[in-house]
Write a protein that binds this ligand. Sequence first.
Ligand code: TYD
Length: 134
Amino acid sequence: MKELISFIRFPVIGDERGNLVALEGNKQIPFDIKRVYYMFGMQPDLPRGFHAHKDLIQVAVCLQGSCDILMDNGSDKQVVTLNSPDKGLVIDIMQWHEMNNFSADCVLMVLASDVYNESDYIRDYSSFLSEARK
Ligand code: TYD
């Protein structure tokens, strides 16, 4: 089974003007990036996510502020805090994830291996568990 928690640390190109992170598909990000989306203006008491994907791989990067992500592979669960724009959390296939505890300034960017496809989602937790345990 794949690791439940896998972070990618991004190289930071910094000088007196500030910092720059460059992300390329099949380089820092381990797939072809087909889609980028980001969330902002979240409420700390209104969690998001609550799904897994059958085929999609994603990398979540908290560009500003912080949030918690619960990762669940059907056997183990772990909550990790994302609070740094120089690291990405890999959300692999069949990893149930729930995001919550957003700071007011949180900006959460996600790089995805494919375009949006609702049929790739598993949004029912008991269906996820039965798929994950196969
Ligand atoms: P939703 O899956 O509820 O977000 P989260 O995973 O954060 O809980 O998505 C919210 C809405 O945005 C929903 O109507 C689907 C739409 N959406 C897109 O159109 N394209 C996308 O790439 C994503 C991620 C969502």
